[in-house]
Design a protein around this ligand. Structure first.
Ligand code: 6PG
Length: 242
């Protein structure tokens, strides 16, 4: 497993701009469909806007197949919905076939949704012999070191052999569907997008493998065959040893 590749930019807009260009190149280079799992939360919002405004006619969107690395069990038009966020900022502004978009079904019980989404992913992606393989999984990281919706109190999701698991937000108790650790780690590539001063300490602790780093789910994302990229702004990278 190779060392993580760091891409550090002055601020969140620069991170979003750089990752948009990076993603456009990846999709262009793909021979067939490019299977991408999107992260949620606030960090990718600017990326979605840049892709909609500057890449609408620069990317062959018919090559892109979209999934979500995690989703809150709310209606798709709820402000909390990761799919709803991507739809309003990006999907409604690009020419991507509806059949290429695979939102998590949130109108059913969360256990059923996790099972159903696992089936969608297994039927849509090639496998490495045992697990479906994403071309790229985008991940964010919370201030508590969670990633996707794998929180520190649910480390078992890092090794759960199902494609997707049922997660619970530690504060709100909100139910979520999340990709489990093994399928994230089976991806050809993982890109973390982490910005802001609120993430500085965890980024340094995890990337520096400092004492206690193993407590954080983001520290357990280690893809065997590919490279993990960290797209960071200077604030989030502020305590990284040079
Ligand atoms: C989610 C995410 C989650 C997110 C981090 C960072 O659904 O919330 O997928 O893992 O990436 O919590 O969130 P921010 O980008 O809002 O800091």
């Amino acid at each position: 497993m190779s060392e993580p590749q760091l891409h550090i930019y002055p601020d969140n807009p620069a991170v979003a701009k750089a990752f948009a260009a990076y993603l456009a190149e990846k999709i262009a280079a793909a021979k067939g469909h490019f299977h991408l799992a999107l992260s949620g939360g606030s960090t990718p919002k600017l990326l979605f806007s840049i892709l909609a405004e500057q890449y609408a006619d620069k990317i062959d969107w018919s090559k892109l197949c979209l999934y979500w690395g995690d989703e809150r069990m709310v209606a798709h038009d709820d402000p909390e919905s990761n799919y709803g966020e991507a739809k309003s900022l990006l999907l409604d502004h690009i020419d991507i076939p509806g059949s290429n978009i695979h939102p998590v079904p949130t109108g059913i019980e969360v256990e059923q949704a996790a099972k159903a989404y696992s089936m969608v992913i297994k039927h849509s992606l090639d496998t490495d012999g045992s697990r479906p393989v994403f071309d790229l999984v985008m991940l964010g990281m919370g201030g508590d070191g969670h990633t996707a919706s794998i929180f520190p109190h649910q480390m078992e999701l890092l090794t759960d052999q199902e494609v997707c698991g049922v997660a619970t937000h530690p504060e709100s108790g909100q139910k979520r569907v999340s990709l489990n650790g093994p399928v994230i780690n089976a991806a050809k590539e993982v890109c973390f997008l982490v910005t802001g001063a609120g993430k500085t300490d965890k980024v340094a602790q995890i990337l520096g493998k400092e004492a206690g780093y193993e407590k954080y789910p983001a520290a357990h994302i280690e893809i065997k065959k590919g490279t993990i990229h960290w797209f960071l702004d200077e604030a989030a990278a502020g305590k990284l040893a040079n």
